[in-house]
Design a protein. Structure first.
Length: 255
């Protein structure tokens, strides 16, 4: 199954690269859909841009119809000379500007969907604009870190500040758990059994956070946290399939 997931990832990367070379890369926001329900903000991962979501645009629109959907671009952190110094907080500052503008346009809290590092950015936003956020969905997000970053050659090749923050047991991740525990928001995490970069067990919160998360009082109901496990898909291709967006649609309808 790992061979299949690697092939799917390569095909996804090819599509993404082609789209990234197109005119869309120059747009800070790509509006994938219009509607009158709660706005949805898609946040890409490290090393990507908002063209990541155009690869699966037709699938997203099918399952999240009637939601205004914004794919925001945070790739400004990749300007020459800045890449090595870019921390996740810098991505968060860029995302915060988009979140506030989208809230002002719709006057409704947004649903944040983050892939990989984008999920960490979404959680960081709780510290800045919690009132502008309805719920968070993380997809293959290293909520317990990315274990490959502990080993050679990855810890030397991927040696930026943001990658150090995504190393298992980092001080950054401990701070992330504090943000979660002090903000009453519903959260869905999704991982894959065939994700080499962020294995499924690392794409969910630590076991000792499960029950506390589900017992935090959020007005008249408990805050809800769930983890959904998928198979077959790799780290990139996980966003480019019908199954995951059906799971997300069901989650949004039931919260």
């Amino acid at each position: 199954m790992y061979i299949i997931s690697i092939i799917l990832d390569l095909l996804y990367m090819l599509k993404f690269t082609i789209l990234s070379l197109s005119k869309f890369i120059f747009k800070d926001e790509i509006i994938l859909n219009k509607g009158d329900l709660q706005p949805i903000i898609l946040i890409h991962g490290s090393g990507a841009n908002n063209c990541e979501w155009k690869v699966c645009k037709h699938i997203i629109k099918k399952y999240l119809a009637n939601h205004p959907i914004y794919a925001i671009n945070l790739s400004n952190c990749y300007m020459p000379g800045k890449m090595a110094n870019c921390e996740i907080e810098e991505y968060t500052a860029l995302a915060a500007n988009h979140l506030k503008e989208i809230y002002d346009a719709h006057r409704q809290p947004a649903i944040l969907i983050g892939h990989s590092m984008g999920g960490l950015v979404a959680i960081n936003l709780l510290d800045l604009y919690s009132e502008y956020i309805h719920t968070i969905v993380t997809i293959s997000t290293p909520l317990q870190g990315a274990p490959l970053l502990n080993y050679s050659p990855f810890k030397y090749i991927l040696n930026t500040k943001r990658h150090k923050q995504m190393t298992p047991n980092s001080a950054y991740l401990q701070r992330l758990y504090e943000i979660i525990m002090t903000n009453n928001k519903n959260i869905l995490s999704i991982g894959s059994l065939h994700d080499i970069h962020v294995p499924n067990e690392y794409a969910r919160f630590p076991v000792d956070l499960y029950e506390p998360l589900n017992n935090i009082k959020n007005n008249t109901k408990n805050t809800k946290y769930e983890h959904h496990t998928m198979s077959k898909y790799g780290h990139g291709s996980i966003v480019n399939n019908h199954e995951i967006w059906n799971v997300i649609r069901t989650w949004i309808k039931n919260i």
